[in-house]
Design a binder for this molecule. Structure first.
Ligand code: SAH
Length: 397
């Protein structure tokens, strides 16, 4: 049907495609055409059988990302309209999202749109085009989003480092409509938050932690809480709201702490129970250890320590270090919520690191919950790589 260049793949890659995994790595390509980044290619087995339609990305280790496994499906505006509509329909079936005005509408590969992120913040959309294919179809995708989701503006935050792996420059700015205001108020269930869509991390907020933030409420009444790597304070706000006695919001950035304080004001929680500490968490935990400070509830939600295989050892030592220190600061019966957003650190490895940390801290610890990214960041069963955020609820004896 559509006239396209052809990529021929190895038998191993063929098996993976038949299981509908959407990536073809450079080593699996037997024969590649000389077509531009993002251009459409037909993926075929050595004997010429059709396997998939995909986007070519000549500079990336992920050489092709699949749009469709159906030979008769045209990749055109109608295709993007259908995939976007399916992603929106799926969000409507996620009951936890109904009281939230900041929601991930498209989560890349897991929504059948490799490299595309679309987040809604109240009446603005924020997009990331993180692959050559998503970049190629940008104008079409933006036009379809405008039709499906009337909004005040669509803003691009393609300023993530992964763009470099695709040979794409960083890009951000207004794609259509108005620029977002400096701060936009959104609701995440019972908590309101200011979101900075232009300068904030990721697309403004860590939407992937929304459900885990709400969970801390259960452990908060009367608690002294230490919220490490707090960003704009989400976990701490839920704790304050649920009756924590004291909350320390700790982050290296004074700017995000200023916003955490404004978030407490926004929720009527600026009543002196929160303290805002600008510090390197690695050092802060040592200071508290040396001064024998104790807490009932600690959250560790660090940035990605392992972004590539080369960072594995150092990153794992980082996780072990902060978890060990946190266990030392927990009162008997205290609870630690500990996270890793490094996709390369698989859940069993993360649990082993936390177990080693507890053993070295001399604590007996029970895991009473396994946590993951929020429902609007789904994991397609064909694409387990989408599961990047994992967390443990640890009860220390
Ligand atoms: N827990 C947050 C998200 C955390 S993102 C939420 O739920 O919204 C990671 C945060 O860690 C960022 O705000 C970043 O400023 C901070 N950070 C990174 N390295 C740090 C360090 N060594 N010490 C303290 N904060 C750090």
């Amino acid at each position: 049907m559509q006239n396209s260049a052809t990529v021929v793949v190895t038998p191993k890659a063929e098996k993976s495609l038949l299981r509908r995994h959407p990536w073809i790595f450079s080593g699996a390509v037997r024969q590649a055409p000389a077509v531009a980044a993002g251009a459409m290619v037909a993926v075929r087995a050595a004997d010429g059988r059709f396997l998939a339609w995909g986007a070519h990305s000549p500079e990336s280790q992920i050489r092709v990302r699949v749009w469709s496994f159906e030979e008769h499906e045209a990749i055109d505006a109608g295709f993007f309209q259908r995939r976007l509509a399916e992603a929106l329909a799926a969000r409507r079936q996620m009951p936890l999202l109904s009281p939230c005005t900041a929601v991930r509408l498209v989560h890349g590969e897991s929504d059948g749109l490799p490299g595309l992120i679309v987040d809604r913040y109240a009446d603005f959309l924020v997009c990331q085009f993180l692959s050559a294919g998503a970049e190629h179809w940008k104008a079409t995708i933006v036009a379809e989003l405008e039709r499906l989701l009337p909004c005040r503006g669509i803003y691009e935050r393609s300023d993530a480092d992964v763009r470099a792996k695709e040979g794409l420059p960083l890009a951000s700015g207004v794609l259509c409509g108005m620029a977002p205001p400096d701060l936009l108020e959104i609701r995440a269930g019972e908590v309101a938050l200011w979101a900075d869509l232009v300068r904030g991390h990721k697309t403004g907020l860590y939407l992937d932690q929304r459900e885990n933030q709400a969970l801390v409420a259960a452990f908060s009444p009367g608690a002294e809480m230490l919220n490490c790597f707090c960003y704009t304070g989400g976990f701490g706000l839920w704790a304050l709201r649920a009756g924590a006695r004291q909350v320390i919001q700790a982050d290296a950035s004074a700017d995000v702490l200023a916003l955490a304080r404004r978030n407490a004001q926004l929720n009527g929680l600026d009543d002196g129970r929160a303290e805002y500490v600008a510090a390197n968490v690695f050092e802060l935990l040592r200071t508290y250890r040396d001064s024998r400070r104790q807490f009932d509830l600690i959250v560790l939600d660090p940035p990605k320590f392992v972004a590539s295989a080369a960072q594995m050892d150092k990153g794992c030592r980082g996780y072990k270090d902060i978890n060990l220190l946190a266990f030392k600061l927990l009162r008997p019966g205290g609870v630690l919520l500990t996270f890793s957003c490094s996709g390369l650190v698989a859940p069993p490895l993360f649990q082993k690191i936390v177990a080693d940390a507890a053993a070295d801290a001399g604590r007996t610890v029970r895991v009473i919950g396994h946590l993951h990214q929020a429902a609007d960041h789904p994991v397609s069963l064909n694409f387990p790589e989408a599961h990047y955020l994992k967390g443990l609820v640890c009860l220390a004896a």
